[in-house]
Structure formats: C-alpha cells, structure tokens
Design a protein around this ligand. Structure first.
Ligand SMILES: *Cc1c(COP(=O)(O)O)cnc(C)c1O
Length: 350
C-alpha cells in the first residue's frame, strides 16, 4: 500500500504543476531567410530557469511511484548544474535532503541556486567522476541516486500531453508552416531528443530531428559507430550538453542527423543571439542556434520554405563570469572572431 507521505508528495508535485504555466515559443524573424521561420522554445522561464524543471518533476514522480523515494530519503544527483538546481527545488517542496555531485568548474550562479533551495554541493575534479562519486554517496547515506543520465528518457512521458514536443506542436498550429522541417536539439542526458524523436514517430510527422554535439562529446561518434564503450578523457566545455561517455538515456535511433559544433561557434552564436532577442542565453542555446543557422542556409540554397524549431535551454545570466566574460572566453574557448564573421555572412547574404 502507498504510504500517506508518498501520496501527499505526489499531490504536492501535481499541485505545483497546476500552478505553473507553459513556456513561450518565440519567433525569430531573419530577413536573410525569406520564407523560413525560426522558433525558440523558451525553457528559461521555468521557476528553476531551465528545461531541467520538466525533467526534475518527472524524475521525482518516477522515483515516488517506483517506491524509490520515501519520507526522509536523501536525494543524490550527478549533474553539470541545471538538473541539480531543479531537483533541489522539488526536494525542498517535499522536505527531502538533497546533495548535488558536480564538477568544481560549474557556474557559481547554479551553485548559489542549489544552496538557495537548501541543497548541498559535493564537488569532484572532472565531469567523468560524478557518476562514481554519486553512487558512493548514495551507498554511504542510504540515499537515492536519481541518475538522470539513465532515467531521463524513461521518466518522461513521450506519447501524450505534458511533454515538450506536444507543447511545441500545439503552439505551432497557427504558424505559416505548422509542421517544422527540422527540430534541432543538443544532448546532455539525451532525454529531450529522445522525447522529441519518439513523439515525431508516434504522431507520424515529417519533421527531421537534428542533434548538435559540442567538442569532447562522444554522442556523435556513438551515433555513427554504435560503440557504447566510447569515452572522452576531457569533459565538454558547453555546460549542460556533451558527455564523456555514452549515456543510457541517449537514444541514437530516433535521430535523423547529427552535427558537430565547435565550442567557439557555440559561444559566438550565443553572443550574436543576444543582439536578436535582446537578452542573454546560455551556451547550449548557442550550439542549438548554430545548427539552426546551418539548416536554414541549406533550405535557402535548396529554395525551400518552411520552419525550424529549437530550444532556448537556459538564460545567460547564469554565465556572466564565463561565456559572457571575454577574458574567460579567451582562456577557455579561444578566438571567436572567425565564427562571428561566419555568422554575419550567413545572416546577411540574400
Ligand atoms: C540538460 C541540458 C541540455 C540538454 O538536455 P537533455 O534533455 O538532458 O539532453 C541542454 N542545455 C542545458 C542548459 C541543459 O541543462
């Protein structure tokens, strides 16, 4: 029998969902691409600032309904930060202790937010160490390791409503091209691309799912070679996306095309996007938008009209000290000038 605490915890999450609004779909008009409409699903407006708000809600419900999370269970998560912020929010909602295991390089703003929601941070030197450290902490504390990288794809209901793909298609209904030619997404857990890819098949849409991957990530190689033993010694420099190992939540067979995006191109596109939207976005949104610009240029070349949708994953306010700090960018990413020039050429040629 379900304990009263678990029943109440599920009600608490459902009530929180009921109080929440859906996110906006922003249209970006670029005169250089006539007949091609671009859209950004703005996930930065969730209460915890990123698309991980959806995932955290799903993971808590999954853990509660599976009997893994009970009254007093310490929740532990391996994260590059965004998921931990959102899970700390839900842990506080349920009165559960929360520990985030993260690379020491994680943006300070995210660390502050985790602590704001009453979570604790446990730091490791590199992205490759978060998994083992989380397992160890869960064993020591008799807690529950949430493990987003395994469970993201299965905790999310990809068929019906209450998922991001369904929301995008509903918001597109009054647009000139309601069924997008492409949906572009990057992969962290791979959960969002799995949800979108499955939804496209389930609904029989003609949309192609394109996944963009940063440097130092094995997802693209895995998609090509299907060798799940692939490893990268270095972590991704684009927070939230690109992994050093093949995460179980990454589902290669629902992806139509993958594209490698240089880190400097991601950051240059991120900064350029500020001039188009009037606000700052995170670097993974830059990666996504780079992919969108390449596809829009391809459509223009082929004389096609249509629409492309991508995600605005989080706000740039989290990264003022990194991706928006030119000294930091110089040291960690390199020269953006050639990429700025390329973007300018893409969006000015007619
Ligand atoms: C997690 C994350 C992504 C990728 O989403 P997944 O569903 O985990 O693949 C992209 N951008 C940011 C900022 C993220 O936190």
């Amino acid at each position: 029998m379900t304990s009263t605490w678990v029943t109440n915890a599920i009600s608490e999450i459902n009530a929180d969902y009921q109080r929440s609004a859906d996110t906006h779909l922003i249209r970006l008009a670029l005169p250089a691409f006539p007949g091609i409409q671009l859209y950004l699903k703005d996930e930065s407006t969730h209460p915890t600032g990123s698309l991980k708000h959806r995932l955290a809600r799903s993971l808590f419900l999954y853990g509660l309904c599976n009997g893994w999370i009970k009254e007093g269970t310490t929740i532990i998560e391996a994260s590059s930060g965004s998921t931990a912020v959102s899970e700390a929010y839900f842990a506080r909602l349920l009165g559960l202790p929360f520990i985030a295991v993260m690379p020491a390089s994680t943006a300070k703003r995210k660390i502050e937010q985790i602590e704001f929601y009453g979570g604790r941070c446990h730091f490791v030197d590199s992205a490759c160490e978060i998994y083992a450290a989380s397992e160890m902490l869960a064993r020591e504390l008799n807690g529950h390791y949430m493990d987003q990288f395994t469970y993201a794809e299965r905790a999310t209901d990809w068929r019906g409503n209450n998922n991001i793909a369904d929301s995008i298609f509903r918001q597109m209904t009054h647009e000139p091209h309601p069924v997008p030619d492409y949906i572009v997404m990057s992969a962290g857990t791979g959960g969002t691309s799995a949800t979108i890819g499955r939804y496209l098949r389930f609904q029989g849409h003609d949309t192609k799912l394109v996944v963009v991957d940063p440097q130092n990530s094995v997802f693209l190689d895995y998609w090509q070679q299907r060798d799940c033993g692939l490893k990268s010694a270095v972590g991704s420099k684009i927070e939230g996306i690109g992994r050093p190992r093949c995460e179980p939540s990454f589902i290669p067979d629902v992806i139509d095309e993958m594209m490698r995006v240089p880190d400097a191109a991601s950051v240059a596109t991120m900064q350029w996007l500020e001039s188009q939207l009037g606000r700052k976005v995170g670097a993974s949104t830059g990666t996504n938008m780079w992919g969108v610009l390449q596809l829009a240029a391809r459509m223009r070349e082929e004389g096609r009209s249509g629409s492309i949708v991508t995600l605005l994953c989080d706000s740039g306010e989290r990264y003022l000290e990194s991706y928006y700090n030119s000294a930091w960018v110089n040291d960690h990413i390199g020269d953006l000038q050639p990429w700025r020039a390329e973007i300018n050429q893409l969006v000015t040629t007619l």
